[in-house]
Write a protein that binds this ligand. Structure first.
Ligand SMILES: NC(=O)c1ccc[n+]([C@@H]2O[C@H](COP(=O)([O-])OP(=O)(O)OC[C@H]3O[C@@H](n4cnc5c(N)ncnc54)[C@H](OP(=O)(O)O)[C@@H]3O)[C@@H](O)[C@H]2O)c1
Length: 254
């Protein structure tokens, strides 16, 4: 059974792997045997997070590369560097995202909209668009887009963020259809409440948000970030060989 979930010999690229959900995914992939590259906005933050993960993992290698997901030239450079140093990408997780201070639709400025969509939608399009054809040349791969439960429902004051994630759901279907012939599967993970930096940040605007989100689940709690690992590993590995174009909720029954 364990070979179904084995990532030995694979290279995984996890955007936003310096913190929270992405950090846990990176750790899980390294534990399953992959060489892992994590990204974040700043090189020093990536170096620190990679060093911490390498200490925790005792033997596997995680490396960090600074790359702002809203800047296409930085994404191009990231891809060149990863292929230059590691020669392949088998698993790509488009996890990095931002959810800035809440605004209503009427309050939304052009700058706010552009900032959110640049990181949450345009960046994943560019990165997946560069990586998928090269995955195809090396036999295939797995792309995972991290969205949110809010993508299904929308909601007041978070609609720019949730609509960007709804776009990513739609793009997941399109990418899966376009790249199935390359043996590249593309799926989305839609988390409910996880206790990450983003979740802690929400308390600046709404101190009750984590508790209320936990109560909105059947399990009546917020998840630990490591609880993402099982689903992320399933979608990255051969265990999900007939799974593409789908979205998976991981939200305690929310
Ligand atoms: N936590 C939740 O409850 C929850 C719920 C639903 C969906 N999600 C989704 O899960 C994913 C991870 O969220 P999280 O809660 O773990 O967030 P987080 O703790 O805020 O971590 C975000 C990660 O993204 C990176 N990042 C932020 N802006 C970036 C940019 N412009 N370019 C490159 N990297 C950037 C951060 O790295 P640096 O700070 O080092 O730049 C960090 O590694 C996101 O897609 C989020 O929408 C989270």
């Amino acid at each position: 059974m364990s070979s179904l979930f084995d990532l030995a010999g694979k290279v995984a690229l996890v955007t936003g792997g310096t913190k929270g959900i992405g950090r846990s995914i990176a750790k899980g992939y390294a534990m399953a045997g992959a060489e892992v590259v994590i990204t974040g906005r700043r090189q020093d933050g990536c170096d620190g997070a990679a060093a911490e993960l390498n200490d925790e993992l005792d033997g596997q290698t995680v490396r960090g590369i600074g790359c702002h997901m809203g800047e296409w030239d930085q994404i191009d450079a990231l891809v060149e560097r990863v292929y230059g140093e590691l020669g392949r990408v088998d698993v790509l997780v488009n996890n990095a995202a931002i959810n800035p201070a809440p605004v209503t639709v009427a309050e939304c400025t052009e700058a706010y909209f552009d900032k959110v969509y640049a990181v949450n939608v345009k960046g994943p399009i560019r990165l997946a668009g560069l990586v998928a054809p090269r995955m195809g040349e090396s036999g295939g791969g797995s792309i995972i887009n991290v969205t949110t439960m809010g993508a299904y429902s929308g909601g007041p004051r978070v609609s720019i963020y949730t609509s960007s994630k709804a776009a990513l759901h739609n793009l997941t279907r399109a990418m899966a259809a376009e790249w199935a012939e390359l043996n590249v599967k593309v799926n989305a993970i839609a988390p409910g409440p996880f206790m990450s930096e983003m979740m802690k940040g929400s308390m600046r605007f709404d101190p009750e948000f984590p508790a209320r989100s936990g109560q909105a689940t059947m399990m009546k709690r917020v998840a630990d970030c490591d609880e993402i690992i099982g689903l992320a590993l399933y979608l990255a590995s051969d265990a999900s060989s007939y799974v593409t174009g789908h979205d998976f909720k991981i939200a305690g029954g929310m």
